[in-house]
Ligand binder design. Structure first.
Ligand code: ZN
Length: 432
């Protein structure tokens, strides 16, 4: 179902015109009201008059996460504080948090783009949405909440964690939609099995999963386990939270709400804009945001864009599922590797669980990557010879696809730590 056909099926020329008008207004506001952007534009020698259409966006400066931290907490505000009605921040585990301040209109846009997201996976006012994203400063919980409410669905704001209670609610309230991280959905399914509850029978029809990269193999695993459509959603605190992009029922790339978020793909090394279809870093400009608007924000997420029409009828650009992040890209003996690429390859083999960990060490000046993958209970009881063969198969597959030598180690069921939020996939023991 298309929530807002007026914008989601706009013709390309009309979309480009709309984006150009909105960009012009945005640049004007930032130049006049935000000293941070005024200085950056002055340094590049651009003024609002230089931006006549969306093609002029390349003249404008990028914004990085570090710059956002430098002006913490209020340095990016483009309106007075009385006009801000809600504030969210990133977790700040790796430094000062980044701040997203919303005006009333920003919250309305958030509800709108999240309504589009949930509707794209089939959510209607008849659904019961079990929202297991965390409520609080994290944007996941309230983002889904606003969108589901706009649609008129019933929201159960259970928030993250508390697995036993999640299962009781799924069973008793007959939730039809589940929203959480993809790894948590599998953790839930596993915990359900232990309690003798088959999540495939509770009546879920769709799940909206995001906040961490996941692969096609993991999607298949989730869909088989939950007997529900597993929809990939994308967003980030800096931009608005969830709602930037989401898959439709065809699951062939994530439709970007381009009337609000202008996407570009750049070469992360040079900053050059890359053509559609080429893989690089996603950059987003918030075309309509009032509170803390951003010009050309470097997301560090690696993907590519596809502007060809989709079978669903939407005309908006699609981004491929996030393939990795410029900052959790592992460099193993000079080869760039993303955890998601490894996941895709190891999960193709039957008998393993989608729980894995990558351990990198440096021995004698050489990087060594050990891929630890959990076996299923059944596999675990097999004889050693079969396990060794399976490890060698995975090592060979990894070498064939990624051209790196790895050591694959099958580990006992449930020996890799579970997370109720984002899964920790990499343990880097190198002292660099
Ligand atoms: Zn589509």
């Amino acid at each position: 179902m298309i929530w807002n056909p007026d914008f989601e099926t706009l013709s390309r020329p009309a979309m480009t015109r709309l984006q150009g008008e909105r960009l012009g207004r945005l640049v004007d506001v930032l130049y006049r009201r935000v000293p941070f952007y005024h200085a950056k534009m002055r340094d590049r020698g651009v003024t609002p008059q230089d931006v006549q259409g969306v093609c002029d966006i390349r003249k404008l400066p990028f914004t990085t996460k570090d710059e956002m931290r430098d002006v913490y907490p209020y340095g990016l505000l483009a309106v007075g504080l009385p006009d801000i009605v809600e504030i969210h921040t990133s977790s700040g585990t790796t430094g000062k948090p980044v701040v997203d301040a919303y005006t009333r209109a920003d919250i309305e846009v958030w509800a709108e783009v999240m309504a589009r997201t949930l509707a794209a996976g089939g959510t209607t006012r008849h659904d019961i949405v079990q929202n297991a994203y965390g409520y609080g400063l994290f944007t996941g919980g309230l983002g889904v909440h606003y969108g589901a409410r706009k649609i008129g669905a019933t929201v159960i704001p259970i928030s993250g964690g508390n697995t036993k209670r999640q299962l009781a609610i799924l069973r008793d309230f007959k939730s039809t939609v589940l929203t959480c991280t993809p790894s948590y959905s599998l953790y839930l399914a596993e915990a359900a099995r232990e309690e003798g509850l088959d999540l495939g029978t509770v009546g879920l029809k769709a799940g909206f999963f995001g906040a961490e990269p996941w692969s096609q193999s993991m999607r298949e695993e989730i869909q088989d386990t939950l007997h529900a459509l597993a929809i990939d959603i994308y967003g980030l605190t800096e931009i608005i939270g969830p709602g930037v992009a989401a898959e439709c029922e065809h699951q062939d790339g994530l439709h970007i709400s381009e009337d609000h978020f202008y996407p570009e793909i750049i070469d992360p090394g040079t900053g050059d804009v890359l053509p559609d279809g080429e893989k690089g870093e996603l950059v987003i400009t918030t075309l309509t945001k009032e509170g803390t608007p951003l010009l050309r924000y470097r997301t560090r997420d690696i993907t590519y864009l596809d502007r060809s029409p989709c079978a669903c009828g939407r005309t908006t650009a699609r981004m491929h599922r996030v393939m990795g992040r410029t900052d959790d890209m592992l460099i193993i003996r000079g080869v760039n590797v993303f955890p998601s690429q490894i996941e895709e390859i190891i999960l193709r083999v039957d008998g393993v669980e989608p729980h894995y960990q990558l351990v990198v060490e440096r021995r004698d000046q050489l990087d060594e990557l050990e891929v630890q993958v959990e076996m299923t209970e059944k596999m675990f009881s097999d004889e050693i010879r079969g396990l060794e063969k399976m490890e060698h198969t995975m090592e060979a597959n990894l070498y064939a696809s990624l051209n790196i030598h790895t050591r694959v180690k099958l580990v006992e069921p449930k020996s890799i730590a579970r997370s109720e939020g984002k899964a920790k996939r990499i343990i880097d023991k190198r002292l660099l």
